[in-house]
Design a protein around this ligand. Sequence first.
Ligand SMILES: NC(=O)c1ccc[n+]([C@@H]2O[C@H](COP(=O)([O-])OP(=O)(O)OC[C@H]3O[C@@H](n4cnc5c(N)ncnc54)[C@H](O)[C@@H]3O)[C@@H](O)[C@H]2O)c1
Length: 369
Amino acid sequence: MKDIRFGIIGCGLMGREFASAAARWKHLLGMEARPIITGVSDVNQSAMDWFEAPFFTTNYLELLERSDIDAVYVAVPHNLHKQIYCDVIRSGKHLLAEKPFGIDLAAAIRIVECIEQHPAVIVRCSGEFPFFPGAQRIAQMVEKGTFGTILEVRAGFCHSSDLDTSKPINWKRQVATCGEYGCMGDLGLHVVHLPIRFGFGFRNVRAILSNIVPERPSPKGGMATCDTWDNAVLTCESSQGFPMILETKRISPGDMNTWYIRIIGTHNSAEFSTQYPKTLRTMPYEKGQCQAWKSEDVGYTSAYPTITGSIFEFGFSDAILQMWASFVDELAGNEPKFQCATPKEALQSHRIFTAALESQRTSQVVSLS
Ligand SMILES: NC(=O)c1ccc[n+]([C@@H]2O[C@H](COP(=O)([O-])OP(=O)(O)OC[C@H]3O[C@@H](n4cnc5c(N)ncnc54)[C@H](O)[C@@H]3O)[C@@H](O)[C@H]2O)c1
């Protein structure tokens, strides 16, 4: 088993998810490599208390100088992506970056330029939802071309904790740190990731963006401006001509981290939602036969095999583990069973969200060349 020595920059919600996935690497079967957390960095000393590693620093540049670190995971606020990602790439260490991969299009372009200047460095972007077994099955169906002519795609990522207007403000709800994309920067790559991977090009977009809660309680006392978009609905025309209706919502009553994709075709249709994580719904159609959705329990049939029996359930932390298996597998020199989002895919997501902002400003359909 090859050890890949990892540093973590940003020890909040997602930094802990990676450390947890690394700690249960034995869950995976047949891996050629494993991640060893060798150093962690956070500007907030107490955020690092939970972690176990030989090296801790509040200055991430010290982590990048270390020769005992091969790769880095960065999970920090969006306004820091460009600087920190480029510093990691320039240090020659491989990088699993977080979405949205730069606070805006200009930042994403700069990161991609930096990658092009350092071709030996492998850079991928986090996005775990396609690793749910139901989503994997849909990916296989697209690859096999079972849908016939695709008529429509719907995909979304919705939650509702922001319905509570007394929820205090945080960096994800302010343009300066989250970016002008708002909910699209937070949730959007998860939604467009599979449509982009499937080659459903984006010809144009008409977006309706909503800022529903304009201020929230500040942890410092009083109210603070909450200037990011809460909800976004994008109607896009694919290069094949079919409509794609994509939604990212922080205020979607009844939803809690619901990620879904639905593809309707002339020969087959399919739908998967994390709301029903075991269930894949499909509707194969043959001339003269009835049109009826069928429901199938997909179980724990992951891209990377694990000790968990296939009859059991799959969840968020399993998807994170699978995503990490893919990245580590790629670092070990293998072709991953399902590749994490690439920088090119992340850049394409920026072009879509930037066009969506323009569409909102102008109330027009905006072309994407
Ligand atoms: N893939 C997913 O499902 C998913 C889910 C949530 C967030 N994210 C993404 O992960 C990233 C981080 O989000 P989070 O929810 O973990 O945020 P968080 O606020 O929980 O954690 C961010 C951490 O970064 C630290 N930090 C800030 N500046 C730093 C610096 N200069 N050096 C080192 N550490 C620094 C903060 O102190 C904090 O501990 C964002 O890009 C976000 O969009 C991804």
